[in-house]
Design a protein around this ligand. Structure first.
Ligand code: EPU
Length: 342
């Protein structure tokens, strides 16, 4: 383990480049770690409170961070087991998620092509069980390794251990803030891929691309096309993807809305409840495309809040709560933020 005294720590470090919302907060102390040993050494530098940062794509800084920020930059992608039709790949927590997807797609390994272009890092992906176009991280997850921040001890979590749910896991609930995820192992297909083109606009987009028998790379290209057309590129317009979760409600709640809005979109859940797109609820309340100061609700997808430049975290948070209150007033549903507000 490196000597903790040799860990390069930046003081009063601007966080703008490290959060996709582009919020100009500062961290009292900041360091990058490239291995579990460097992480352990950084943990020995006691500057509380401690924040582990990945790609910064699901975080809203509403104030300066008074303690230490450790950015997980742990690299690596290695095939660790081979089976007839599948293989296991262990990926460092600091790897950019989309770089991993491009690597897999390039090799012809299947399972994560629908998760193309999701911002963020591999280490952050299990925390909220990232998902898109009918696939969730849990579908390809084998296990992860994590370091306990208080002790530096290594832990291993299997799929049941993680208790994955819709945009949820044990790392968002009871174990929040206890670990840094240093690697994740995925199971990908080498052949007999299970392509998922049923969801949303994928089939329509493939057709528009003139593709009738899609390969993994075609699905990835279609997803990239759909996402780029609906979701703002954080490099151009600061944002954190979906700001809210899609609410899961009792069928009676849906039926009540249907008496006024018979066309309300919804998906049936296995437990009898229904999921209603938060984007639709927000749009019905008149927020879509609305700008408030330096922040606003994105014109092409109401679920996304954006930074037009110079927005503060508090400004975005105020907008988020104004939206939550108005949706609750109109529909009786209280939206839950998906983004972590600090
Ligand atoms: N809708 C509207 N107005 C809007 C946006 C959506 O009416 O402004 C309605 C439409 O009926 C549309 C439906 O909502 O058909 C669903 O919209 P979309 O396919 O864009 O998906 P979503 O439910 O809004 C979820 C995820 C996205 C993911 C897409 C595609 C959540 C919170 N969000 O959005 O994830 O890319 O499905 O699978 O579950 C993210 O988490 O950051 C994210 C972008």
């Amino acid at each position: 383990m490196p000597d903790p005294k040799q860990i390069l720590i930046r003081k009063n470090c601007p966080l703008g480049p490290y959060n996709t919302f582009g919020i100009a907060a500062h961290a009292a102390r900041f360091t990058d770690v490239y291995s579990t040993d460097e992480l352990r050494a950084a943990l020995k530098v006691q500057t509380q409170p401690l924040l582990i940062l990945g790609g910064g794509s699901n975080i809203l800084f509403t104030r300066d961070w008074p303690g230490m920020v450790i950015r997980n930059c742990i690299p690596g992608m290695a095939v660790v087991r081979q089976f007839k039709n599948r293989l296991w790949v262990r990926v460092g927590g600091g790897v950019v998620w989309h770089d991993f997807v491009l690597w897999a797609v390039g090799k012809g390994y299947g399972g994560i092509e629908n998760l193309s272009l999701i911002p963020g890092s591999v280490g952050a992906a299990p925390v909220q069980n990232i998902g898109a176009y009918g696939v969730e991280l849990k579908d390809v997850f084998v296990e992860l390794e994590a370091i306990e921040l208080a002790t530096g001890k290594r832990f291993r979590f299997s799929r049941p251990d993680c208790r994955f749910g819709y945009r949820d896991s044990i790392f968002k609930g009871p174990e929040k803030g206890r670990f840094c995820i240093t690697s994740v192992t995925f199971s990908l297909t080498k052949q007999q891929h299970r392509l998922n083109t049923r969801y949303g606009d994928i089939a329509k987009t493939l057709e528009a691309m003139g593709i009738h028998k899609p390969a993994i790379a075609d699905i990835s290209a279609a997803v990239i096309r759909i996402r780029s057309s609906k979701l703002p590129d954080p490099a151009q317009l600061g944002n954190c993807g979906s700001f809210f979760k899609n609410p899961e409600v009792a069928r009676t709640v849906l039926e009540k809305i249907q008496t006024v809005e018979p066309e309300v979109p919804h998906y049936n859940l296995p437990d009898g409840r229904v999921k209603i797109p938060a984007g639709w609820l927000i749009q019905q309340c008149g927020w879509k495309g609305k700008r408030v100061g330096n922040t606003g609700c994105y014109e092409k997808q109401a679920l996304v809040l954006v930074n037009y430049g110079g927005a503060t975290g508090a400004e975005v948070k105020n907008l988020a709560f104004a939206i939550i209150d108005s949706v609750e007033k109109k529909f009786g549903i209280r939206l839950e933020p998906e983004v972590n507000m600090l």
